[in-house]
Write a protein that binds this ligand. Structure first.
Ligand code: ATR
Length: 272
């Protein structure tokens, strides 16, 4: 069935000015010849549900959702994907033509696709992973690593109770390591992921001795500002393969573009 609705989508958050999504979508519109619109929607938390329900009436095919609305988006949708339910948050909303509001979470997809496309042969099932942090981003990363067949995921977080909560939720594949022991957790691991905000511009550096980490391990950071975080620089200088966090942001946007506009867009150097 042909969809007569305008080619309109956007990103909702509070604040939202910093979002790079309109630039990502603008590039893809240009590349694919789609005459689409993708807007910043600055919406206060108390108005979220009203605005969400009104957008289909304004011709929107869907929206991305960012902080602080990711949990509300999951709760307000008529239906959600198993992935969104398991991660406990939504970042992509699809307004179906029949009126149903569907919530998905593509952050884990973005995480895995970024590693797969950056490193030929990388496979989560081939060794233990270490995940630093236990916030919202860690949930998406854990979900993705587990789905991809990771045999063991060691989670270390400053507040231990949050890591314990993730272990209880995600099951025996997750083991918890004290924050003070995060360095020794690297021993024998194949993948190291920083999901904390440490290393971001304006934040303290992530302090971790990389000595126990095998040189064959892949190191990635979800922080992409700066592109080369101190963690990635240190890992790279000792010979580890590193992948920056920008690719996760770019790949997580793909499923929304495809659901709304019918094309799986390409993440390449021009987009970066
Ligand atoms: P996000 O949704 O991006 O994951 P978040 O839920 O606020 O954001 O999580 C931020 C993560 O960075 C948490 O794991 C946090 O640790 P706590 O759970 O102990 O707060 C971690 N983090 C932030 N600042 C930190 C610091 N100075 N030292 C160690 N960990 C820090």
């Amino acid at each position: 069935m042909i969809d007569p609705r305008p080619l309109t989508a956007g990103v909702m958050g509070w604040p939202i000015k910093h979002s790079k999504s309109p630039r990502i979508f603008g590039h893809w519109f240009q590349e694919s010849g789609i005459d689409g619109r993708y807007s910043h929607l600055a919406v206060e938390p108390s108005d979220f549900i009203d605005v969400l329900r009104a957008l289909p009436k304004a011709g929107f095919r869907g929206i991305n959702v960012t902080l602080p609305h990711k949990l509300s988006a999951l709760e307000a949708a008529d239906r959600c994907t198993p992935t969104a339910r398991e991660i406990g948050a939504a970042n992509t909303i699809i307004f179906r033509q029949d009126g149903e509001i569907l919530a998905d979470n593509t952050d884990g997809f973005g995480f895995i696709q970024n590693l797969r496309s950056a490193v030929t042969g990388w496979d989560a099932s081939q060794g233990s992973s270490v995940v630093l942090g236990a916030g919202g981003a860690a949930r998406a990363v854990l979900h993705a690593l587990k789905e991809a067949g990771a045999p063991e995921i060691r989670v270390s977080n400053r507040s231990r109770d949050k890591a314990d909560g993730l272990a209880a939720e995600f099951g025996p594949v997750v083991t918890v390591v004290e924050w003070s022991e995060r360095s020794s957790a690297l021993s024998g691991s194949a993948t190291l992921v920083n999901t904390t905000s440490l290393g971001m511009t304006g934040q303290p550096e992530l302090e971790i001795a990389l000595d126990p980490l095998p040189r064959s391990a892949l190191v990635t950071d979800i922080v992409y500002n700066p592109l080369v975080t101190p963690l990635l620089a240190a890992a790279s200088s000792r010979g580890n393969t590193t992948v920056d966090g920008l690719g996760m942001l770019l790949h997580q946007a793909r499923p929304g573009f495809e659901a709304w506009f019918g094309i799986d867009p390409i993440v390449d150097d021009a987009l970066r």
